[in-house]
Design a binder for this molecule. Sequence first.
Ligand code: NAD
Ligand code: MLT
Length: 541
Amino acid sequence: MKILITESIAEESVQYLRDRGYEVEEYLGHSQEEIEQYIKGFDAIIVRSATKINETLLNNADCLKAVGRAGTGIDNIDVKACTEHGVIALNTPTANNMAAGELAVGHAFSIFRNLCAANEGVHNGDFRRGNWVGIELEGKTAGVIGLGRIGSIVSRKLKGVGMNVVAYDPYVPQEKFDKLGVTRCKTLDELLPICDLITLHTPKTKETYGIISKEQLYKCKRGVRIVNAARGGLVNEQDLADALADGQVAAAAIDVFDKEPSYNKAPGEQEYDNVLLHAPHCYITPHLGASTVEATAKVGQGIVELIDGALKGELVAAINMPQFSGSIEDIKPYCSLAEKIGRMYFQAEATPITKVEVRYRGELAESSGTGIITLSLMMGLLKGMGNDHVSYVNAQECMAETGIEVVETKTESIQKYNNLINVKFVTEDGRELKINGTVFGPDTEVIVSFFGYEMNCPLSDTVLALKNNDVPGVIGRIATVLGSHNINIASMHWGRKNQDGSDNPHAQAFVAIDQPVSKEIIDELSKAEGVLKVSLLELGE
Ligand code: NAD
Ligand code: MLT
């Protein structure tokens, strides 16, 4: 498979992909238009903040499966369009937090103590230190806008230097403010007039774009200092330049522009201008927030591992998947089980279905990850129906196209197992065929009920599901047929019905086998005396 990288990531991460057999092309320093044309034939693309994953690029792509944003912000990714195109969108939201947080704090020190201005002065022969008398951070008030991952790091560090930290974030609970020892401002207007420093840490959204403009700047204390290491445009650039010229803002430190320059071009090659480049007391870094050795390594490795997983069809934490609060690792075994249950249906039964009801029982019912487990069930069912392109991102849409209704319910009540997935397939002739399964450990997925037969059968990749008369001699005949074709039986499990004196006892066997079986062998087994039905369940990748 082919992977396109349009903005540089750590060389070891590129090698990681090559070592796994991917054909990787680093296509650096090209324009957006060139990238949009070049995308054909690539299965995945890795970008940072400059390349836009937009409708045009997605329309031009002919086999794109995954987009990897090596970094946090996803304002350059049209996530909705990715979902519509069935493309998995991934990012590394935690890998560069510390780097970005430290940069913001570094900028705060710098503009409180005039470090950049003094440095420039002495290099121009001006050693008059009286020109660069600063103010101390200790005892001053810092206002953090956006108390997410980076805002929290910045708050902790600024408190550590003795600042009084207040924050405005309408979306995080009071508990978080309390834990950080940060005073909550219920409105932005409450925060603005009390701060000596304002540092922004929100994403760029319709709501946050221009959140600090002329009106807000003039609600601040005269001589306020501003740091923006989040996203360009959160602070209106023209308004900030004017307020700096006027002295309303004493100094600003900016890591990000509304319209970003190219970060690859050498001096002289760059045709870029911005009003802030000419504003007094405005100190600028070229989007350096994530640029540490540690963050570069973490972001690069994080994104290539996700891309590798996504291209292999594994469950990975994608932006355009239902979000849940736990760890993906905790629900992975249930996702695997649910996908297998979905795949089993059409391998075991030919009757079309109109509805699938999935019920999560026990502790599983409390998990916010059941939506993802249900997607796995849909994926399995759809794969069983011949859909080779289904993924976590488009499973719901593909399912809707089939007209099969999928309903998810939960109950915390426990029957026999701490966690149970009950799946009911409602056939078009009105029957209800049920498969129930549970997980005993990370690798032990167990079917506990299959089409009405209670059993306890650990799943393996290839299973023969045999329905037979529950009379002596049948097992021997099955084993003989398989043995005559050199097929090794790995394990056998039964569920039985009508044992209580009925003259028609039946059994359902799950026979795990080590070698593939041909249609001829299945036919031969079907003809064995006492065997009623044979289905081959292929459940591996
Ligand atoms: P996050 O999602 O963890 O936190 C963002 C916070 O902003 C959330 O708590 C959210 O509730 C809050 N928020 C959203 N809308 C708001 C509003 N209208 N008013 C107040 N708060 C609001 O994100 P993060 O990982 O902390 O990243 C923060 C920003 O930093 C993002 O814009 C990201 O792109 C940027 N970033 C920049 C660099 C860099 O190199 N300069 C590096 C990493 C991240
Ligand atoms: C991010 O959002 O991760 C940062 O802006 C850094 C980057 O884009 O490289």
